[in-house]
Design a protein around this ligand. Structure first.
Ligand code: ATP
Length: 302
């Protein structure tokens, strides 16, 4: 009987949004101490990983991301090959990234690609890595990679790598608007002056509302201290938030270090109208919901 070995694998790499983001202080290692609720949404990069004769090759439908060692997916592959190549007879990998997640938008696209590569190579080459081993690799690549690997909804602390799992809750209608500019995460944090922060999110209140699936109070307790930097510099972000609320969103918030803005809706009709209205002015507008691992449906973009 012939034994067919898997030659390639396809993995979904979902975007995340930050439903809360608080910065508790600056650490001696230069990073900021965070307390943030991260949540996966069904806006997906699709990662195909194929066994190859040698080396790591990255290709993508997007010309906007690096395909060399600067790509976080490359770094993930490189780390696994380095650690496990000999014992698992890995030679190389060809990776194709179908990029759907806007870049440098506060949605952790690169981190999610890296997490997908760790999971994908583990499966494809049957490495049998335990969750803890994969998390170790993830943290070495970047602060958000650990969450992307763990998935779902988590309260993240430290640099973002200390994770507490939250119950799975489903947000059915999220409008995500990505203004036509990018923001560098490092720059936003550099410009953050904690003495200027007037209001921080109440993560305990958020978690209590989340636990009860009390969507009114989930929305009410959303907050992001990085808006202090970004709304001042880019009034367009504040304008998008206001417009989303006018259109029926329970609340609207910038995700991560921006500039993406999300609005939380409970009525599909209002969400669809908002999407149509923003589509006339923005190229990247999505009607999304929470990511559910199996049986996903892709976010709709114009
Ligand atoms: P975060 O929310 O984690 O701060 P982000 O959404 O703001 O992330 P990314 O889309 O991950 O930002 O990209 C930030 C930078 O990382 C880009 O400018 C890009 O050059 C680089 N990068 C490296 N690998 C990737 C990748 N696989 N996809 C997207 N960008 C990548």
């Amino acid at each position: 009987m012939a034994i067919f070995m898997k030659r390639s694998i396809v993995i979904e790499a979902p975007a995340k949004v930050n439903l809360t983001l608080d910065v508790k202080g600056k650490r001696s290692d230069g990073y900021h101490e965070l307390e943030t609720v991260m949540h996966q949404v069904n806006l997906l990069d699709i990662i195909e990983i194929a066994k190859a004769a040698g080396g790591i090759q990255i290709k993508s439908n997007s010309s906007l991301i690096p395909t060399n060692e600067e790509n976080l997916a490359y770094q993930a592959a490189d780390m696994i090959l380095e650690k496990h190549a000999r014992h698992a007879h890995i030679e190389g990998v060809d990776i194709f990234i179908e990029k759907n997640i806007p870049i440098a938008a506060g949605l952790a696209g690169g981190s999610s690609d890296a997490a997908a590569v760790i999971q994908g190579i583990n499966k494809l080459y049957e490495l049998g890595l335990e969750e803890g081993e994969m998390l170790e690799l993830a943290v070495a690549i970047g602060s958000d990679v650990a969450f992307c690997l763990a998935g779902g909804s988590h309260l993240a602390r430290g640099r973002g790598e200390i994770l507490s799992r939250m119950p799975d809750q489903f947000l059915p209608f999220i409008i995500l608007v990505k203004p036509d500019f990018q923001l560098s995460t490092a720059e936003v944090y550099r410009e953050l002056d904690l003495t200027q922060v007037e209001e921080s999110p109440d993560n305990s209140a958020f978690l209590a509302a989340w636990e009860d699936y009390d969507i009114i109070n989930i929305a009410r307790n959303m907050g992001n201290v990085l808006e202090t930097v970004c709304l001042r510099k880019f009034p367009e972000i504040a304008a998008i938030k206001a417009e989303l609320r006018e259109m029926g969103a329970l609340n609207a918030l910038m995700s991560g270090s921006g500039p993406s803005v999300m609005g939380i809706f409970t009525e599909e009709e209002q969400a669809s109208k908002a999407r149509a209205q923003f589509c006339t002015r923005y190229q990247e507008v999505f009607l999304l919901s929470s990511y559910v691992k199996e049986g996903y449906s892709k976010g709709i973009s114009p």
